[in-house]
Ligand binder design. Structure first.
Ligand code: 1PW
Ligand code: ADP
Ligand code: CA
Length: 565
């Protein structure tokens, strides 16, 4: 049936969308890449009344979720929801029909699963359509068939289980994906299961239902398992890590969900489920964090010392508040206005990776990340030499910092839609190191506020940002003592709160916030591991890309208007 060029042209069937009672004659065409059908868009004008414009609707085969006999679907619907009496009527009148479920973009990067039902003149034609469309779908090798799902029932607003069962499982069922579901019973349950127990050969991917912390568990389980399977020693900061073969899907059900937002453009369980179904693949960099040549953790979104570390430490005591804990701890940490002294040394990234202050946003099909992917394997000995700490290529900055943040990805999230570093790339092998030096509360507030509006948060004298491949941090306690001696608090003088100078705080150390987990050490070595993992995502689609796909192209093919039905 399928030749090298699959075309089922002029197999006319009757077309009706779910909500319409009227059945129109229509032509449907299936090519190797797309299914197209005629639709009449109704409009109303006071002068002309209702008029209709015919146009072709096109759905790429790679965005078809499933095709099946409508009666099968109707049966399933009666078990799960109220039967749709219109569909029932259609079915009685035209018993041979099939339904195509497909991805429909509904703006703001959200995807929905939409259905269109085609009513056929006879049973053979109906079966033929289903068979040929399914044959086309079977050629899509990147689609997962079997998934291992971990649900954190306590993440975010504790909705993980509900979100999965109500919104995600029906989409997987429709796409014919089989799942093994594990609801975690304790922290690190998912990590440990992946690391040692899970039979990963059975699966095409792992799904994480939870927030960034839960994602971090899956990441650690999968990366550690891959390294131990390949006998790679994670404790060696220079070890060449083996990329994970399984992709990870994120169903957002946490508090910040920045990894989901920065890779799909939204926080929406159905959208994420559909990215998994169509088998998207987005490579991602992972930072490895070491202390004294011993492995500590991996990080995908943000490593933050000072402000974000203190905020996280405080927020852990307020978990019962849910996502609002970050607001409360954020205000408290802001008012404390601590800063910390230390030395940051770093290895700048190659110049062709752009700069954190250019306006080249990482979007679906990003050329910077693709270029990196192409040259990734050509890692020469001279570049290895260049990367050794102490070589001329490294730079060191010593100072007092309110915040030291490494944004491996933009870290866009609903709180900050452009993120900590709006131009950071998902898979370029670098991380954006943001240094916020001591400054007044008002200046720091202005800087924070710029994360929420269009202004440039790096455009302050006390902020600098570098795109780096590696960095190290060494806290400097001794100089804190010197600082104390420099600015002694005189008896009888104004209390520090009213001082015009920034008020030094003498907490020796802050903590590192690593994807929402507190690290046990302050002196750390960080190295970006280029494209170590892949997600079921495609990066944020450009507004134009989205628009083009929202307004599906009309008149792609000439069609036979000869309608006899
Ligand atoms: C005056 C208003 C100021 C608003 C400033 C907003 C800046 C927000 C930048 C947020 C960057 C978040 C990076 C993501 C970190 C997550 O990995 C972590 C853990 O997320 P989870 O709780 O597991 O979902 N969340 C936090 C807040 O540390
Ligand atoms: N069953 C469980 N009980 C308690 N904690 C869990 C469980 N499963 C996972 N966790 C932990 O909960 C923490 C927060 O999870 P996450 O899903 O990221 O939610 P949030 O975004 O609200 O922080 C993670 O550090 C994870 O290790
Ligand atoms: Ca990056």
């Amino acid at each position: 049936m399928i030749g090298s060029d699959v075309r089922m042209e002029n197999y006319r069937v009757l077309l009706a969308d779910r909500m319409s009672l009227r059945i129109r004659p229509a032509d449907v065409v299936l090519t190797r890449n797309a299914i197209m059908w005629m639709e009449v868009e109704k409009s109303w004008k006071p002068s002309a009344g209702v008029s209709g414009t015919a146009c072709w609707r096109t759905v790429q085969v790679c965005e078809i979720v499933a095709v099946r006999r409508t009666e099968d679907e109707a049966q399933e619907n009666t078990q799960t929801q109220k039967p749709n009496w219109r569909s029932k009527q259609h079915l009685l009148q035209y018993p041979y029909s099939f339904t195509v479920s497909y991805v429909k973009r509904s703006g703001q990067h959200q995807w929905r699963c939409s259905d269109v039902t085609f009513y056929c003149a006879d049973c053979e034609l109906c079966d033929l359509w289903i068979q040929v469309t399914n044959e086309q779908l079977a050629l899509l090798a990147n689609r997962p068939k079997s998934l291992l799902v971990y649900i954190n029932p306590y993440g975010g607003k504790r909705q993980g289980k509900y979100i999965y069962e109500q919104k995600v499982a029906p989409v997987f069922r429709r796409a014919g994906i089989s799942t093994d579901v594990i609801v975690t019973e304790r922290a690190n349950h998912a990590r440990d299961h992946l690391k040692t127990e899970a039979n990963l050969d059975k699966y095409d991917g792992v799904v994480c239902v939870g927030g960034d912390g839960m994602f971090s568990e899956i990441l650690h389980g999968l990366v550690s398992r891959t390294q131990s399977d390949h006998k790679v020693d994670q404790d060696q900061p220079d070890a060449e890590l083996v990329p994970c073969s399984l992709r990870i899907g994120i169903i957002p059900a946490g508090s910040t969900d920045c990894i989901c937002f920065a890779t799909t453009g939204t926080i929406d369980p159905v959208t994420s489920a559909l990215h998994i179904v169509v088998g998207d693949s987005q490579p991602m960099d992972v930072c490895s964090v070491h202390h004294n040549n011993g492995f500590l953790r991996y990080c995908v979104s943000m490593l933050g010392y000072g402000f974000y570390g203190d905020m996280l430490t405080d927020s852990e005591t307020k978990r019962w508040l849910g996502p609002a804990r970050y607001d409360l701890s954020g205000i408290k940490t802001f008012l404390n206005h601590n800063y910390y002294e230390g030395t940051v040394s770093f290895l700048p990234a190659e110049e062709n990776l752009g700069s954190p202050r250019d306006k080249l946003l990482c979007r679906s099909g990003c050329l910077v990340c693709q270029h990196k992917s192409a040259i990734k394997d050509k890692h020469s000995e001279t570049s290895e030499e260049r990367e050794k700490p102490g070589s001329d290529s490294w730079r060191a900055i010593c100072g007092k910092f309110i915040a030291i943040n490494a944004a491996n990805i933009s870290c866009a999230c609903p709180r900050s839609p452009k993120g900590l570093s709006p131009s950071a790339h998902l898979a370029d092998g670098s991380t954006d190191l943001i240094l916020v030096r001591e400054c007044s509360r008002l200046d720091f507030f202005k800087h924070l506020l710029r994360h929420t509006n269009k202004e440039d948060q790096f455009d302050h004298s006390f902020v600098e940002v570098h795109r780096v491949r590696k960095f190290r941090f060494q806290p400097n306690h001794d100089s804190m003592v010197i600082l104390e001696q420099d600015e002694p608090h005189k008896e009888g003088g104004p209390p520090p709160l009213y001082s015009s100078q920034p008020i030094p705080q003498f907490n020796a150390d802050s903590n590192w916030n690593c994807d929402g987990e507190i690290l046990p050490h302050t002196a750390i070595q960080v190295s970006v591991q280029c494209q170590l993992i892949r997600l079921f995502a495609r990066g944020i689609e450009e507004q134009q890309q989205q628009q083009a796909l929202l307004e599906e192209p009309c008149t792609l093919l000439a069609f036979n208007q000869n309608t006899d039905y």
